[in-house]
Ligand binder design. Structure first.
Ligand SMILES: [Zn+2]
Length: 554
């Protein structure tokens, strides 16, 4: 038998060759450099939009979001305009760890986003982000493993964030905590990979995503808000940390193990916000309630905040000025990105935009949205086409440039039973440098981005090395859905024929390809879960705070 025995996948959330390649040239990432030299590597296309939950879910299922139903951090609007946050049970497609378990393979997964609550597998799962509980009670599968790990490495943490960092450019706490988290993560991975038997191991590093959201403007000289400072080396520092952990992992693997390094999406600068709901209102697709008209009420706290910041009160939190305006509290709390949905007159609204992570527009559709008014069929198509036509002409008044690079109708990018729940239009502005934002309190339609200075891109990374893998070759046209079937193939498990991804046979040596033709299994019924896949109200509240702290303010 010529099959490799094991697969180890290192996930680096948000990693991009745009940062890796220059660092490799400087000799700063010796372990990733070695893997690239001795294996195959290339850009990996993410999902549209390139956001963590749909992207990693497509990775773990080999399927497009139309088949697994995860389009964002938040549930689709059939569950309400105030959209609940998703958990792992929202995913309607089978994960590769479930398939591997059913085929008698031992699996170990640590820190993978969208794995809480953990599935029962033949092995273990220590979940990653998108969880609302502490890391003690019932957090892992099996339950006892979390206690064992906490004891063995002296405490385990998934995430850390804080509001002050995000809005006041004071990052000392954030950095201290994340440097600690990176070390804990390495310790936990090394402990588990050495202590337990596995055929498939997946370890995800999340820190780079957080650093790129916060520190891009200090790193990238072409960013409009570029500032050279003590933080200018933070992004490279965290790449180096992860590279060193990669080295520690590689030292513990044998020659029979295929190693993959994968990111769920890439990253790049975030320059400006485009206030899409205000634009939809201006074009007559959206109507605000009368109370929205007294705009100053919504802007006042922001103006006070900015004055205080400019006056040198740096560490001030949003809550300070707002606490003087208790009557307006619920409607204007900017930490909630405004409860925009409460300001919209749904009976007179044909289209709206949800959270910025989606980069999409929903038609207010009868039968899907709680107060949908648009009939499907002709009316839906006419409204959608009219929005698309008008969007193409949108210009940034400061530069006079047209800003929309690409527009997709959802059926052009998705297929499967859940496609009807996706946003109806996806918009790519300036190749990701401008983001749609749902807020309605700013003057004008455009503003400099104030949530984060770096954001996601479609091109993630893929590197693979192993005894039967070709050496030193660059590859292209890889899709994030290709990885799951490729992992199954390497481990000798038949590939379900309803996966969208292809086995990347071309990356293996000819002799391996000849001796190991891809085997498929016919899938007759869809894997379904009867769990709603959303958090309790209390957990949801915690999750929203955490997402805000990470730079995903909803
Ligand atoms: Zn991500």
């Amino acid at each position: 038998m010529n099959m490799n025995k094991k697969v180890f996948v290192i996930g680096i959330d948000s990693a991009t060759f745009d940062i890796i390649n220059p660092l490799i040239k400087k000799g700063a990432l010796p372990n990733l450099e070695l893997l690239i030299k001795e294996g195959v590597s290339g850009k990996l296309k993410s999902t549209i939009p390139p956001v963590t939950p749909p992207a990693w879910t497509s990775f773990m299922t080999g399927k497009n979001p139309g088949k697994h139903g995860v389009f964002d951090f938040y549930a689709p609007p059939n569950l309400g305009y105030q959209r609940p946050i998703l958990n792992s049970k929202f995913n309607k497609a089978k994960t590769i760890w479930k398939i591997l378990s059913e085929n008698g393979k031992k699996v170990g997964i640590i820190n993978m986003p969208m794995t809480y609550p953990p599935e029962e597998v033949n092995g273990f799962i220590i979940p990653g982000m998108q969880y609302g509980l502490d890391t003690n009670s019932g957090f892992s599968y099996p339950k006892e493993l979390m206690h064992e790990l906490n004891k063995a490495i002296g405490g385990y943490k998934v995430l850390y964030g804080d509001m002050v960092s995000l809005y006041a450019d004071i990052f000392d706490n954030l950095l201290k905590e994340w440097r600690e988290i990176v070390k804990l993560r390495e310790k936990a991975i090394l402990y588990l990979m050495e202590r337990y038997e596995w055929d498939f191991f997946m370890a995800v590093f999340y820190s780079i995503d957080v650093m790129q959201h916060h520190f891009w403007k200090f790193y990238d000289k072409s960013h409009p808000l570029y500032k050279h400072s003590e933080y200018s080396e933070i992004i490279p520092e965290f790449y180096k940390c992860v590279d060193s952990s990669v080295g520690e992992i590689l030292r513990r693997l044998d020659e029979d193990t295929v190693v993959m390094v994968v990111s769920d999406h890439g990253a790049g600068p975030e320059h400006k916000a485009f206030y899409i709901n205000k634009w939809l209102a201006k074009e007559g697709f959206l109507t605000f309630k009368p109370k929205y008209i007294s705009l100053w009420k919504f802007r006042l706290p922001h103006i006070i905040y900015k004055i205080l910041r400019r006056a040198g009160v740096k560490a001030i939190e949003w809550t300070v000025p707002i606490s003087y305006l208790p009557l307006l509290w619920r409607k204007i709390d900017p930490r909630e990105g405004l409860r925009v949905h409460e300001l919209i007159n749904w009976n007179k609204t044909k289209a709206y935009s949800g959270n910025h992570t989606e980069q999409g527009i929903y038609i207010n559709l009868k039968g899907r949205e709680p107060y949908g008014i648009v009939e499907s069929g002709k009316e839906y198509e006419e409204i959608r086409n009219s929005i698309i036509e008008k969007l193409r002409k949108v210009e940034d008044p400061k530069t006079g440039e047209r800003v929309v690079s690409k527009i997709y109708k959802k059926e052009e990018i998705y297929n499967g039973p859940y496609t009807y729940l996706a946003p109806d239009i996806f918009v790519d502005m300036k190749e990701g440098q401008y983001l749609l934002q749902k807020e309605v309190y700013n003057w004008g339609l455009f503003n400099y981005a104030d949530k984060s200075s770096g954001t996601h891109r479609m091109d993630g990374i893929f590197i693979m090395k192993g005894a039967n893998v070709k050496r030193g070759e660059g590859v292209d046209n890889l899709n994030i859905t290709d990885i799951a079937p490729t992992i199954l193939h390497v481990l000798g498990v038949p590939v379900p024929d309803d996966m969208d991804g292809k086995v990347l046979t071309q990356l293996f040596k000819e002799s391996f390809q000849e001796a190991n033709p891809v085997r498929y299994t016919k899938i007759i019924s869809e894997y379904m879960t009867d769990d709603k896949g959303i958090y309790s109200d209390e957990e949801d509240e915690k999750m929203r705070k955490m997402l805000r702290d990470l730079g995903y303010m909803g």
